[in-house]
Design a protein around this ligand. Structure first.
Ligand code: GLP
Length: 234
């Protein structure tokens, strides 16, 4: 695991763009993508570059159940708005939040993922240690599945909705095993509200209660943070 700390968010996101450009230059064609507030500045930066993803495939980590791609808070809409509209991929996959049969949809998505192995996976992190929407307690062996969101996750994401009542209660997410199959992983943890969880992840105690703790076992993971050493982060 490589941990890189930045004094400014500007420098952090510039480094993240470099890592993605380098991955692509080194032959990565299949990218796992993430959503959330953390990724908005990154996608804005990427849109300013001349990187071309038109020969690449993307897979998003997760999608809310019950929201169609036209819903402004769906992750499909988010991706179109922040990235795909400006930087299209040859093909972009997300779970279908309004699939009739959730079990079949999770299996369909996992099967697609297994057909196209991920060269690169981008990750944010939830305050409870979730990656994608793999909440604490999720098996490290999990594949793409339907999850019931923790109340704390719904509250953390309520800022994107008009009220908490509108935040979906369920989501599809790649599993931990699906994520860990990626050849390289970039996790970005920005802001004070990620301090506790980053400290817990860096402590390298592997526990399903902290889903992101498994990343310390991945052979090629980089963590970028703006949290400085000496403030309780190792
Ligand atoms: C969300 C997403 C995650 C994201 C995380 C952090 O719920 N499902 O993929 O990484 O929580 O989000 P944010 O960047 O807004 O803090």
């Amino acid at each position: 695991m490589r941990l890189e700390r930045f004094a400014s968010k500007e420098d952090l996101y510039a480094r993240a763009v470099d890592i993605i450009v380098n991955a692509k230059n080194e032959g990565a064609t299949t990218f796992g993508l993430a959503t959330g507030g953390t990724m908005e500045p990154l996608y804005a930066e990427i849109c300013e570059t001349n990187i071309d993803f038109t020969n690449c495939i993307s897979f998003n980590l997760d999608e809310y159940v019950g929201l169609s791609a036209k819903h402004e808070q769906s992750y499909a809409f988010y991706m179109y708005k922040h990235l795909f509209h400006h930087k299209p991929f040859e093909k972009s996959y997300l779970p279908n939040g309004i699939a009739d049969n959730p079990t079949e949809e999770a299996a369909r998505y996992e099967s697609l993922l297994q057909q196209h192995s991920l060269d690169f996976q981008l990750l944010g992190i939830g305050q409870n240690g979730h990656i994608g929407f793999n909440e604490p307690g999720t098996s490290f062996d999990s594949l793409t599945h339907l999850v019931t969101l923790e109340e704390s996750t719904r509250q953390a994401n309520a800022r994107f909705f008009d009220s908490i009542d509108e935040v979906p209660t369920q989501a599809f997410t790649m599993g931990i095993q699906s994520i860990m199959r990626a050849k390289s992983i970039l996790l970005i943890a920005v802001g004070e509200d990620k301090r506790d969880v980053l400290e817990r992840v860096l402590a390298s105690k592997f526990t399903e209660e902290i889903p992101a703790s498994i990343l310390m076992k991945h052979p090629n993971v980089t963590i970028l943070t703006d949290l400085q050493k000496g403030e309780n982060v190792q």
